[in-house]
Ligand binder design. Structure first.
Ligand code: AMP
Ligand code: FES
Ligand code: ZN
Length: 300
């Protein structure tokens, strides 16, 4: 197979684009996909300071690298979750990238800075680990951005992630989530803008990007995520994609285009009912937000 752009031998085939690419043209294609997502959804504006949440995995390291190549004013943020060796290795990958490229990495550590790790916090609060983890990440990413004077938090959620989350939300018709499942959430209510510039790239592509660029990343999946529903949704979508390439893209972007606006009124109405958390000021439905309740229980 030959590269679609330059006719050199291809190193990767992307079936949903019905194309192969050589190394350099693939890297350029990946950058263009991110640039297109940023432009189409108005994710990052001139002068914005961006904080990219870097887990040490392929997606967020590829995203950091691409944003730097696109001359975005971007620093990394690594959050230590206290998940044993997995977290140690993840942190090492994030730091190695920063050191090697002279990039700035902001670090926060859940056990040292907040007082609990994910395995303990989840157990004590009787929450699924991924739910305690997601809650902590959302809260602390935003706090780090506000504290550091950043305008935007970017995460490495890719097309596979977003299609799997959408699939789960549609299976249950979780309309309150469907109204907020967007590649950009605007700033407001004490939150900076949140963006997902990798929505046009699949995880096979972000892995290839890192390999071709010589970026060392955490290959292991989080040990707390085993048996997680999303892994099942991803497997189901992969089987469909295999039969008919382009299905994931059509599912996700078709949703954004045709269905997502139908759920906006419900999401807006819900936002309007929120009040400030009595402890930290985060908008919440109760008096104290879920993160502050988790912290309280986890610290014991
Ligand atoms: P996940 O929820 O693990 O699929 O991760 C989704 C995105 O959240 C990643 O692509 C990163 O941008 C970000 N992220 C996850 N874990 C961390 C972490 N420990 N530190 C910083 N960012 C993270
Ligand atoms: Fe959060 Fe695994 S990374 S529970
Ligand atoms: Zn709170």
């Amino acid at each position: 197979m030959k590269c679609r752009r330059c006719r050199a031998p291809a190193v990767i085939e992307i079936r949903r684009h019905n194309a192969g690419f050589c190394r350099d043209c693939f890297l350029r294609h990946s950058r263009e996909q991110v640039r297109k997502a940023i432009d189409d959804f108005d994710m990052i504006r001139p002068g914005d300071r961006v904080l990219v949440a870097v887990s040490g995995g392929k997606d967020s390291l590829a995203l950091w690298d691409i944003l730097r190549d696109l001359d975005v004013d971007v620093d990394g943020l690594y959050l230590g979750l206290g998940i044993g060796e997995y977290s140690d290795d993840s942190g090492r990958c994030a730091r190695a990238y920063a050191d090697e490229h002279g990039a700035k990495l902001v670090e926060l550590d859940l056990p040292a800075d907040v007082g609990f790790d994910i395995p303990t916090g989840a157990r004590v609060a009787r929450r699924a680990p991924c739910s305690a983890c997601g809650l902590s990440k959302r809260h602390l990413f935003n706090q780090a951005a506000v504290d550091g004077g950043y305008d935007v938090v970017a995460t490495g959620h890719n097309l596979d992630d977003e299609a799997a989350v959408l699939f789960g939300n549609v299976l249950r018709w979780s309309t309150e989530y469907l109204g907020r499942q967007l590649p950009v959430l605007p700033a407001g209510n004490g939150f900076v803008r949140k963006v997902k510039p990798l929505v046009r790239l699949g995880e096979r592509e972000t892995a290839a990007y890192c390999v071709l660029k010589g970026i060392d990343y955490q290959v292991e999946e989080c040990p707390m995520a085993a048996g997680n529903r999303h892994l099942g949704y991803k497997a189901a979508l992969n089987a469909i994609e295999d039969q008919s390439p382009g299905s994931k893209h059509a599912f996700y972007f078709g949703f954004l285009d045709k269905a997502s606006p139908l759920f906006t009124p419900e999401a807006v109405a819900e936002q309007e009912q929120l009040q400030a958390c009595a402890r930290c000021g985060t908008p919440t439905t109760g008096e104290v937000c879920a993160f502050c309740r988790l912290v309280e229980r986890a610290r014991g």
